[in-house]
Design a protein. Structure first.
Length: 420
């Protein structure tokens, strides 16, 4: 595997960018169906509402599948797990593209979600190990950047292509691209024999400390606040801000650009000042969501706030993920998997709560108000984490020790993994 990040050059190992490319593919497949629902429903002979279960099934598969696959693949080499995940991901899309049965397509989505969970769980550990402790948040920022770029480029492009070549076309493209990523994994990650067989019991025992659950709670609450608002941003834009429906996609692209900038900023600042970065990001997110309530009657103000929503919210994402992996200690893969579950749980619960508020007397501003409240609650676990954080001098010493250990054992992937 590539050597840890060179602090002077500031360059991340190439394998981190490969992990980012993988998350780009998987982020695209998770959300592209939203733009293809009418075409898929008509072709499969089911209602649009029922076709929407394909999105729900993927989210549920991620919530359950990420930790399940992390444990199931614990004793496999990391390279083998990543290759297997990409292969299953590719085959799942081939089955979906060939199927005319909604039931088979639904099952393929669940299997694809399991593969995505496995890839993300192991990929997060690979990225942070390759980058080294001093750049773990930055590495995860790049990896998360693949997901945000999927929302900026992959999802709109897939939806647009589906209008011309049919909804099966994007599935074929995703299958081909994921298969093409396998040689890159094989080349960049050497096969390394494990000197110890990981213990599942020890993996779970490492999760007993409270700090990892504080990080996971922050992840779920932050994403819940964002998704409570984002899931129902379209009626806010069209019915309250007066933005034409044809321009909604452009506003969503703006959200994606903001998310990409936020992910990059979180990765840059989160390694040195994790508490300040997360607390500031969460507080600003709550403020932006709250401002959407009175200011959403102005189209200009609404567009600016939507972009800021993506920027402030996604500043927190790579940092809390890196903290969860770090606090997981000897169980980094399972910790990374649980962050996937936490983010997807926040998405599911947040969108559900936002939907209820939309149908209430609050109307179009209901989701933003709910999102602001939930995002504010994120400050509770983050504040507790800040108070319990290792003193900076000791933390810096641990980071330096971890970097020295990684450099001294560059040929041993399992030892490097223990230093994350």
């Amino acid at each position: 595997m590539s050597s840890p990040t060179n602090e002077r050059s500031g360059k991340l190992p190439l394998v981190v960018w490969v992990m980012s490319a993988g998350t780009f593919l998987m982020g695209t497949t998770e959300f592209v169906i939203a733009g293809l629902l009418p075409e898929m429903a008509g072709d499969l002979g089911v209602s649009v509402a029922r076709t929407g279960l394909l999105i729900t099934a993927f989210a549920v598969g991620m919530i359950v599948g990420a930790p399940l696959m992390a444990v199931a693949t614990l004793r496999l080499p990391q390279r083998s797990t990543l290759v297997m995940a990409l292969a299953i991901f590719s085959v799942g899309h081939v089955i979906a593209a060939l199927s005319s049965s909604f039931t088979i397509l639904l099952a393929a989505r669940v299997v694809t979600a399991l593969a995505t969970g496995a890839f993300w769980s192991v990929g997060a550990v690979v990225a942070t190990t390759a980058a080294g402790p001093a750049a773990s948040s930055r590495a995860l920022g790049v990896m998360n950047g693949g997901m945000t770029i999927a929302n900026v480029i992959g999802v709109p492009l897939g939806a647009w292509a589906g209008q011309f070549i049919g909804w099966r076309g994007p599935f074929w493209v995703l299958a081909a691209l994921s298969a093409a990523a396998v040689p890159a994994i094989l080349r960049l990650m050497p096969a390394v024999e494990r000197h110890e067989v990981p213990s599942i019991r020890a993996e779970f025992a490492a999760l007993r400390q409270g700090r990892i659950w504080l990080a996971l709670s922050a992840a779920a609450l932050l994403m819940g606040g964002l998704m409570a608002t984002y899931s129902y941003i379209s009626p806010l834009l069209t019915e309250r801000a007066g933005i034409p429906s044809g321009a909604v996609a452009l506003v969503l692209v703006g959200f994606g650009v903001g998310a990409l900038l936020g992910t990059t900023a979180g990765g840059r600042f989160g390694d040195r000042r994790p508490s300040a970065t997360t607390l500031t990001g969460a507080a600003l997110t709550a403020l932006v969501l709250l401002l959407l309530v009175p200011l959403s009657t102005s189209a200009v103000a609404t567009v600016i706030l939507v972009v800021l929503m993506g920027m402030t919210g996604f500043t927190v994402v790579p940092v809390v993920t890196a903290l969860a992996v770090r606090f997981g200690g000897s169980a980094p893969t399972l910790a990374a998997a649980l962050t996937v579950s936490a983010f997807n749980t926040g998405t599911a619960v947040g969108s559900w709560a936002g939907g209820i508020s939309l149908d209430s007397s609050l109307g179009q501003t209901g989701p933003a108000l709910v999102g602001a409240v939930v995002a504010t609650l994120t400050l509770v676990p983050l504040t507790v984490l800040a108070l319990r954080r290792t003193p900076r001098t000791q933390e810096s010493r641990l980071v330096r020790q971890g970097t020295d250990q990684e450099e001294g054992t560059a040929g041993d992937a399992d030892t490097r993994r223990a230093t994350v």
